[in-house]
Design a protein around this ligand. Structure first.
Ligand SMILES: *Cc1c(COP(=O)(O)O)cnc(C)c1O
Length: 366
């Protein structure tokens, strides 16, 4: 198998040094390992621009969805009701979780290429006083749209509701001050913008909120409160932790800081995303999301002409060393290009050369 560059939203292309951390075996109850966990927790709070007096970081085994489920089951009690705002598949996944968990919930859904309206959220909260929690995705990885957690969050907090944000594909790649954004639970995972490998996720929680959740989870393994209590003692995870992944993540965090922190990484992502959009637009590919709402993370492109074969295109681009991502829209033919991970301007330039060349050759054939 060749070493492809993954232009996907995670798992993504990681550095060799991050991968090399996984060549050692580590012991879960040894202090050396537990201190890695504690350092990670501290550094996550720093990235979130919050302090240990009011916020805590809790790590949880599993992929990102496990951690979303963990927050829902732990934070939302039997007498509570959650408003779920959706404009993509990841928001819809939260709805599915709420259904399966039999959480009392209401959905406010807008088309995939539109932003949820703060005025509408306000009207819903005014009309339904039973709502206690509001959940929304930040970067909807389905399309690449970046939802306004500032505007919606202000409305949510003006009604004093608990504010849950799935920032899976944006945290670490888009600067955020969690306290200023008044987020109560922010969820993300190891294999997105922090550029680690998959195996666990994490929650940055307002302690005052998490403190209220003892005994509330209807799950043992996904009980975020119990995980927090155990981890708070000395960094020990309750059940077997993904030791190799945790070590790789610690290295990835170190490399994020060396790169210059979240702000610098954001600039790299933004630059590469704009370059990608500009060059592909010139080559005949229209982006699905309007530029002002486009995240610097992942972009959805429409098929450029009738009869375009994504399978053929994908294989040709793969031969050149890049793996693209299929689209996730049901009513339109699209594909996606992610630009997070250890991907640099030179990679995007080569990718765009390859795609331009593909278009030149295939349109000659047409
Ligand atoms: C990646 C992602 C998730 C989690 O997906 P998993 O496949 O469970 O890791 C959740 N929400 C968003 C917005 C994501 O991008």
């Amino acid at each position: 198998m060749n070493d492809y560059k993954l232009l996907t939203p995670g798992p993504l292309t990681t550095t060799k040094s991050v991968k090399e951390e996984m060549l050692k075996d580590r012991c879960t109850w040894d202090d050396d390992y537990k201190s890695i966990t504690q350092t990670i927790r501290k550094q996550l709070l720093q990235l979130a621009q919050v302090n240990e007096a009011t916020y805590t970081a809790v790590l949880m085994q599993g992929s990102g969805s496990f951690v979303v489920e963990s927050v829902l089951t732990t934070a939302i009690g039997e007498k509570d009701k959650v408003l779920i705002i959706t404009n993509g598949a990841y928001g819809e996944r939260i709805v599915e979780m709420a259904q399966v968990m039999r959480l009392s919930h209401v959905v406010y859904s807008v088309p995939y290429d539109e932003q949820p309206s703060p005025t509408e959220v306000q009207a819903i909260l005014e009309a339904d006083v039973a709502i206690t929690h509001v959940a929304m995705v930040h970067c909807e990885t389905t399309t690449g749209i970046l939802n306004s957690i500032e505007e919606i969050g202000q409305v949510v907090k003006s009604f004093d509701k608990t504010w849950i944000v799935d920032a899976m594909s944006s945290f670490g790649g888009v600067p955020m001050n969690i306290a200023a954004l008044q987020i109560d639970y922010l969820i993300s995972s190891a294999n997105k913008c922090i550029q680690g490998v998959p195996g666990f996720g994490f929650v940055i929680a307002k302690m005052e909120e998490l403190q209220k959740c003892q005994g509330q989870a209807r799950s043992v393994a996904l009980d975020l409160y119990s995980q927090w209590q155990a981890m708070n003692v000395d960094g020990k995870w309750r059940f077997t932790s993904p030791t190799h992944v945790v070590a790789a993540f610690a290295k990835a965090l170190e490399e994020l800081l060396t790169e210059g922190g979240v702000e610098t990484r954001y600039k790299r992502y933004l630059h590469n995303n704009r370059l990608l959009r500009t060059r592909l637009n010139a080559a005949g590919f229209k982006a699905y999301i309007t530029e002002v709402w486009q995240s610097p993370i992942i972009t959805t492109f429409l098929f450029p002409y009738d009869g375009f074969s994504f399978t053929h295109f994908y294989e040709e681009v793969k031969k050149a060393g890049f793996v693209l991502y299929p689209g996730k829209l049901t009513d339109m033919d699209t594909f996606r290009v992610g630009n997070i991970g250890d991907i640099h301007e030179a990679d995007i330039q080569v990718l765009c050369d390859v795609i331009e060349n593909y278009m030149a050759v295939t349109s000659n054939e047409n």
